[in-house]
Design a protein around this ligand. Structure first.
Ligand code: GLC
Length: 441
């Protein structure tokens, strides 16, 4: 790519982030995504840090304002406008005593990318500014990590559990959908399926305007996700009640891999500002690195998510198998094995890697959301991990392919691994932000 091409792509990406700027935060995309989302804002802040660290800091501070009294950072901070009343009523965060007093939010979290964003912003600041930035956010970041262990690792095993596929950020990823369907379905969902009323449901879906047929979840899957949310709300988002009713809970591989890296960043932040992390938190942190290895299956040579109650690995292959590279805690030997899988297996390495499920999977569909398409944030995490494990060439190739996709199709939400064509929302914030990051490093 010539320097001029680079400049014009970066300029176009900045325009996307300006177009999606709202009052204090950046929405993921116009129309379908009007609110602030946790990991979206972290990726956005990483992009912004290269040219506007002040706005990047504001993005994170806006997110922190929504922190629950128990320490949770919710996955969505809901827009206050009249137009979004229905969304606020859908979540009703006020049913929990732990919810914040002045902001309406969702009642669940999302992958803990916060520490990464904080550190990346810090890297763009001078030493004194960086220290005061870290000091400003430290307490809340610690409280968030403490919440993750206190509430989501009830047996103190080192792995945290998630209670809704939305918490993984990969809404219809096959391991979760398969666990969801193996749970008792609500009678009304079974009825809708039996009477084939799902086409009626489709009329009311917000994402029905997206161009390609079959590129989102089926209406039955979407209803199943709403039903889980409804049950969580009925339990006032209280984890003890949720677990005691043996509701859907999974120790998600991608989430926990991201947590391992976030913990490392948290330790680095504490060191730089000469703070001591609470002893109990440190003990949990140490357990997570070892626990991640329990998700490895030697027979298939891959990592998987695990059912929280039964401890059975959910052996359905997805892109998450590569996220321990990003975690950075696995052995060099294991990392080489994963890099080898990514490089040599055609099913994980089509023309535009990395597909969210391998191309020979029964779930694969080149355009269907988290069941096939390539997402820029996933590629970014894998590139980062590969680089740290010394697989520079593979990382560079993945980076080149990711940028080629954007050059070809624009800042789409996701892309076909076969031909790089774009799908989902156009002018998607994290695609733009991470393009800036990849081009700036
Ligand atoms: C979708 C994605 C999720 C993202 C959200 C906002 O729900 O699956 O990862 O955070 O949209 O962009």
């Amino acid at each position: 790519m010539s320097p001029d091409d680079k400049t014009s792509i970066v300029d176009a990406a900045k325009k996307v982030l300006d177009g999606n700027a709202r009052d204090g935060y950046t929405a993921p995309g116009a129309g379908l995504y009007p609110h602030q989302w946790l990991w979206d804002s972290c990726f956005v802040a990483i992009g912004l840090s290269h040219y506007d660290p002040e706005r990047a800091q504001k993005e994170i501070l806006h997110l922190l304002k929504s922190q629950w009294h128990n320490g949770m950072i919710p996955h969505m901070v809901l827009d206050e406008g009249l137009a979004h009343r229905a969304d606020r009523e859908f979540w009703r965060s006020y049913v929990s005593y732990d919810s914040p007093d002045k902001v309406a939010t969702s009642g669940i979290t999302q992958p803990p990318m916060l520490a990464e964003a904080i550190v990346r912003i810090g890297a763009r600041l001078k030493k004194a500014e960086r220290r005061s930035w870290f000091l400003k956010v430290y307490k809340q970041l610690v409280a968030y990590h403490q919440w993750l262990y206190n509430e989501r690792d009830p047996h103190q095993e080192g792995l945290t559990l998630q209670v809704h596929p939305w918490e993984t950020g990969m809404d219809n990823t096959p391991p979760w959908m398969s666990e969801l369907h193996s749970h008792q379905q609500n009678w009304w969902i079974r009825l809708v399926a039996k009477l084939r009323l799902d086409s009626v449901v489709t009329i009311f879906r917000r994402d029905r305007h997206l161009a390609l047929p079959g590129e989102r979840l089926s209406s039955i899957d979407a209803l199943a996700l709403y039903a889980v949310q409804h049950r969580l709300r009925r339990k006032q988002y209280n984890i003890d009640k949720i677990i005691s009713h043996s509701m859907l809970s999974i120790e998600d591989l991608a989430f926990n891999s991201i947590l391992v890296r976030a913990n490392q960043h948290l330790k680095d932040i504490a060191k730089e500002i000469r703070e001591e992390l609470p002893e109990e938190l440190l003990q949990s942190i140490n357990k997570t690195e070892a626990a991640l290895d329990q998700l490895w299956d030697p027979y298939t040579g891959q990592y998987y998510s695990r059912n929280f109650a039964s401890h059975d690995l959910i052996k359905i292959s997805t892109i998450a198998t590569f996220l321990p590279l990003y975690a950075g805690s696995i052995t060099k030997e294991r990392a080489d094995q994963l890099a080898g899988l990514l490089k040599t297996s055609k099913r994980f390495h089509p023309r535009f890697p990395v597909p969210t499920v391998p191309t020979d999977s029964k779930y694969f569909n080149e355009h269907r959301y988290w069941q096939g398409p390539v997402w820029m944030n996933m590629n970014w995490l894998i590139i980062d991990g590969l680089e740290r494990y010394g697989h520079k060439e593979l990382a560079a190739k993945l980076k080149e392919k990711s940028l080629e996709m954007v050059e070809k199709s624009g800042f789409c939400e996701y892309f076909s691994p076969h031909d790089g064509s774009g799908a989902g929302v156009k002018n998607f914030s994290w695609t733009a932000a991470l393009t800036i990051d990849l081009l700036s490093n």
